[in-house]
Design a protein around this ligand. Structure first.
Ligand code: ADP
Ligand code: MG
Length: 271
């Protein structure tokens, strides 16, 4: 059965697109049939990763696994209501058509609270919210009071997820699983020992999400954008500093993918 994985968060720059791209490529390497949808029509960064990879493969005359990318026209309408209606129409049709030929549909959402993003959240089997270890980012889930050391909430983004889950319940479809993925921690830090982890573990119980570890802050995650590659595309020669960075990045990506796929139990991945 096709599974929908949505990368969403209301914060821009939270590494949604970077995580979604690395997850998509890693799943292709694992033999899954992967389709992707770029819902950030304004920035189109996910589509640019795709375009850059296609061009790089063509110019080098090499093959690298590639997810399908579904886009549709009409999103440039100047009337915002018309644009949002077209987006929902495109998304509904896109998911329906893709479901026939793919194991996974990965949707990269914009940081803004658009109708399209709301709709995408309500279609998710798995929602992945990437964030840095920062109280300012977890503030979008629930507010922390330093004096009483307690939380009030939920905050805006957690409310959006609750609304999406309510919609799923009302429509009698399976309720999504929600993972909050800690990214962009210092590469030399033990991510399990960060203060942010303790906060997220408390919040996870209240808001029904599971905290997982994602990718560290490394230049490799942005430097490979112009060729659309990931560390998985590059052989790691561990006798050089560069090779060691590639190897560490590969390990982080694989750990992230294992954590996400473990929440999509129906999928059988190639060994
Ligand atoms: N793990 C990371 N290490 C280093 N830079 C990162 C990492 N994740 C994202 N970035 C960079 O941070 C910026 C925002 O990331 P992006 O994935 O576009 O976030 P979002 O989609 O949430 O807006 C981009 O410049 C991207 O290259
Ligand atoms: Mg983005």
């Amino acid at each position: 059965m096709t599974q929908v994985v949505v990368f969403g968060n209301e914060k821009g720059g939270a590494s949604k697109t970077t995580s979604a791209w690395h997850f998509a490529i890693a799943c292709c390497y694992r033999g899954l049939r992967v389709a992707t949808i770029d819902l950030d029509y304004r920035q189109r960064s996910f589509s640019r990763w795709h375009e850059n990879r296609t061009k790089w493969c063509q110019s080098k005359g090499v093959f690298r696994p590639m997810p399908g990318l579904r886009n549709w026209d009409g999103s440039d309408a100047t009337n915002i209501h018309l644009r949002e209606m077209r987006d929902i129409g495109g998304l509904t049709q896109g998911i329906e058509e893709l479901a026939a030929g793919y194991d996974l549909i990965i949707i990269d959402c914009p940081g803004a609270d658009t109708q399209g993003a709301q709709f995408a959240h309500a279609t998710a089997d798995l929602l992945v919210t990437a964030m840095a270890p920062s109280m300012m980012e977890s503030d979008l889930l629930a507010k922390f009071d330093q004096d009483t050391r307690s939380y009030s909430g939920p905050s805006v983004y957690a409310m959006r997820v609750q609304t999406a889950r309510r919609t799923q319940k009302e429509c009698d479809i399976a309720i999504m699983r929600w993972l909050v993925m800690l990214n962009r921690y210092h590469p030399s830090a033990d991510p399990e020992k960060l203060d942010a982890v303790a906060h997220l573990d408390v919040l996870g119980k209240r808001l029904s999400f599971t905290r997982v570890t994602g990718i560290a802050e490394r230049t490799i995650y942005r430097d490979l954008f112009s060729t659309g590659r990931t560390a998985l595309d590059i052989e790691a020669k561990t006798d050089s500093a560069k090779g060691q960075t590639i190897a560490r990045s590969r390990a982080e990506i694989n750990r992230m993918v294992d954590a996400l796929l473990a929440n999509l139990k129906q999928l059988e991945t190639a060994p």
